[in-house]
Ligand binder design. Structure first.
Ligand code: GLU
Length: 475
C-alpha cells in the first residue's frame, strides 16, 4: 500500500444530507487535504427500498454547496454487487465462510432464547461445521463469516483509543443474503479495500460495526484502514439531535440564509477544537486539523452560535462577494423570488451601495434580504404598524422637508443630511424626530441603515415619490 492518504465519505442515500453527515464529510475532506491525499465519495445504495435518487441529488448538492469536493467519480455501491459476490466466493473457497440453511423459525427460536436469558441475540453457529450433504433441498442459504470464536478483536481507534471485543460475543455475521445480495458489512469492507481507503472517519454509531469489519478484513487477509469514530452530535440540551435542535438537511441551512463558509467553520468546531480559536479560514482549518484533537464526548449543536458566527462572516465578506452570495441564494430563500424578478443593473448597484449598512444589521441572508426590501418595494410602500405610528405623528416634518429636497441640485447623503439638519435647527426639533418619520416613509420600517445613506441609494425621484405617498395618505 502506498503512503498516499485516501479517505472516503460513504453516505446512505435514504434521506437528505443532514448536519452530522456534513460534518463527517468535512472531517474526511480536511484530513485528506491536510495530508495531500484524496477523498472519495461512495453512495451506499444497497438498500434498494430506501435509497432514492432525490437523496443522492441532495447529498451531491449539499457537498457542492459546502465546497467539499471529492476526487474521481462517485462510486455507487450497488453497482459493485457482482464484485461483492465474487469476494464472498473467495472466502467460501478458503473456508472462511460457510453456507447457512437455518430457517426463519430456527433463527426466531435463537432470538427467543436470548431474550429469555437476557443476553444479546446471537446466531449459534449450527451450520458452521455441517456437511454440505446435510443441506435441505430447495432452500437458498445465506453465507456467513466463519468468525473466530475465541480470543479478542481489537480496534486501535484514533478517537476512541483501543476498543476490545471478546470474540465469543460476536457471532457469525451474514455476508450474502439468500437472494444473493451482499450485506452492508461485507460491501463496506470490499469497497474500502478496493478503493484503497487508508483512513476511515465516521460516526461512532459504527464502532461495533468496526469490530465486525475487522474480522472480515482478517478473513480476506487484507490490512484494515486506520479508524476514527467521531462522537455523534447532540442538541444544545444534551439530548440526541432531532429536527428541533437543527438536525436539518444541509439544504435547509442554505434556505435559512447561512453562508457555506460559516457553516463549515461552525461544523469544524463541532467535536474538534484547537484551543479557543473560533474562526478558521479554510487554509487554517486544513493546517490545524488532526484526529487527535477530536473530543470523546458528543458535541452540542447550538443554533444561536451558528447564527452569530454567520453574522461575523456576513460582516467580513466584501460587499460585492456578499451581493453575489445573496443573488445566488435567492432561489432558495423565502421571498427571494420578489427580488429575483426585479433584479436589473440599477437595482444591483443600489444593493451594492446599501450593502455596508445592510450587513451590519443582519446575521443571515434572510435578514439581509428582508432589510433590503425597501430598495425594491413597489410604491406605495407597505408600512409596518410601528412605522405607521411614527408617520402619524411626524407627517408635518415630511411636508416641510419636501420642497427643500426637491430643490436640491445634487442628491447625496451629505446634501440631504444638510437639509434635514437645517430643518431640525430651524424648528428646534431633535434630529431623530425628523429622521424617524423620514425613515418610516422611505423604508416602511422604524429600523434601517443610516437614513441619509438610504436617501442617497434610493435616489431623488423614488425618495420624493415615497414622501409624497405618505403626505397624500396613500400608505
Ligand atoms: N453508509 C453508512 C451511513 O450512512 C456509513 C458507512 C461507513 O462510513 O462506513 O451511515
Amino acid at each position: 500500500m502506498s503512503d498516499q492518504v485516501v479517505t472516503r465519505f460513504a453516505p446512505s442515500p435514504t434521506g437528505f444530507l443532514h448536519i452530522g453527515g456534513a460534518r463527517t464529510a468535512l472531517f474526511n475532506w480536511l484530513y485528506a487535504r491536510k495530508h495531500g491525499g484524496t477523498m472519495l465519495l461512495r453512495i451506499e445504495d444497497t438498500d434498494r427500498e430506501r435509497s432514492t435518487t432525490a437523496a443522492i441529488d441532495a447529498i451531491v448538492d449539499g457537498l457542492n454547496w459546502l465546497g467539499l469536493s471529492w476526487n474521481g467519480d462517485v462510486v455507487y455501491q450497488f453497482q459493485r454487487a457482482a464484485r461483492h459476490r465474487e469476494a464472498v466466493e473467495d472466502l467460501l473457497a478458503k473456508n472462511f465462510a460457510y453456507r447457512c440453511y437455518a430457517t426463519p423459525d430456527e433463527l426466531e427460536a435463537m432470538r427467543e432464547d436470548a431474550r429469555r436469558e437476557k443476553r444479546p441475540p446471537r446466531y449459534d453457529g449450527r451450520w458452521r461445521d455441517r456437511d454440505a450433504s446435510d443441506a435441505p433441498s430447495g432452500v437458498k442459504p445465506v453465507i456467513r463469516l466463519r468468525a473466530p470464536q475465541d480470543g479478542q478483536t481489537q480496534i486501535h481507534d484514533k478517537v476512541q483509543g483501543t476498543v476490545t471485543w471478546a470474540n465469543k460475543d460476536l457471532d457469525d455475521l451474514v455476508l450474502l443474503r439468500s437472494d444473493g445480495n451482499p450485506t452492508y458489512m461485507l460491501a463496506v469492507v470490499v469497497d474500502d479495500h478496493d478503493m484503497g481507503v487508508t483512513q476511515i472517519i465516521r460516526g461512532d454509531d459504527h464502532l461495533t460495526n468496526a469490530a465486525r469489519q475487522a474480522q472480515i478484513y482478517d478473513a480476506f487477509g487484507w490490512q484494515a484502514p486506520a479508524m476514527a469514530h467521531i462522537p455523534l452530535i447532540h442538541g444544545a440540551d444534551g439530548a440526541k439531535l432531532s429536527k428541533r435542535h437543527g438536525a436539518l438537511g444541509v439544504d435547509a441551512y442554505r434556505a435559512l440564509g447561512y453562508l457555506p463558509d460559516a457553516v463549515r467553520n461552525y461544523l469544524v468546531r463541532l467535536g474538534w477544537s484547537q484551543g479557543d480559536q473560533e474562526f478558521f479560514s479554510t487554509e487554517e482549518m486544513t493546517a490545524a486539523f488532526s484526529l487527535e484533537n477530536i473530543g470523546r464526548s458528543p458535541a452540542r449543536f447550538d443554533f444561536a452560535k451558528l447564527e452569530n458566527l454567520n453574522g461575523h462572516y456576513l460582516r467580513s465578506t466584501p460587499d460585492a462577494d456578499l451581493l453575489t452570495a445573496l443573488i445566488d441564494t435567492l432561489p432558495y430563500l423565502d421571498g427571494g423570488s420578489a427580488l429575483e424578478a426585479k433584479l436589473n443593473p440599477i437595482l444591483r448597484a443600489k444593493l451594492l451601495s446599501a450593502m455596508p449598512g445592510l450587513k451590519e444589521r443582519s446575521k443571515t441572508l434572510v435578514e439581509l434580504l428582508d432589510g433590503a426590501g425597501y430598495l425594491f418595494a413597489d410604491r406605495p410602500l407597505p408600512i409596518d404598524p410601528k412605522a405607521a405610528e411614527v408617520l402619524a405623528k411626524g407627517r408635518d416634518h415630511l411636508v416641510a422637508l419636501r420642497p427643500f429636497f426637491a430643490a436640491l441640485e445634487i442628491w447625496t447623503a451629505a446634501t440631504t443630511e444638510a437639509v434635514v439638519r437645517e430643518h431640525a435647527e430651524k424648528t428646534g426639533t431633535k434630529l431623530g424626530q425628523v429622521a424617524q418619520p423620514l425613515r418610516a416613509a422611505l423604508t416602511g420600517r422604524t429600523t434601517s441603515p443610516g437614513i441619509f445613506d438610504v436617501l442617497e441609494v434610493i435616489g431623488r425621484d423614488e425618495s420624493l415619490g415615497r414622501i409624497d405617498d405618505c403626505i397624500a395618505g396613500l400608505t
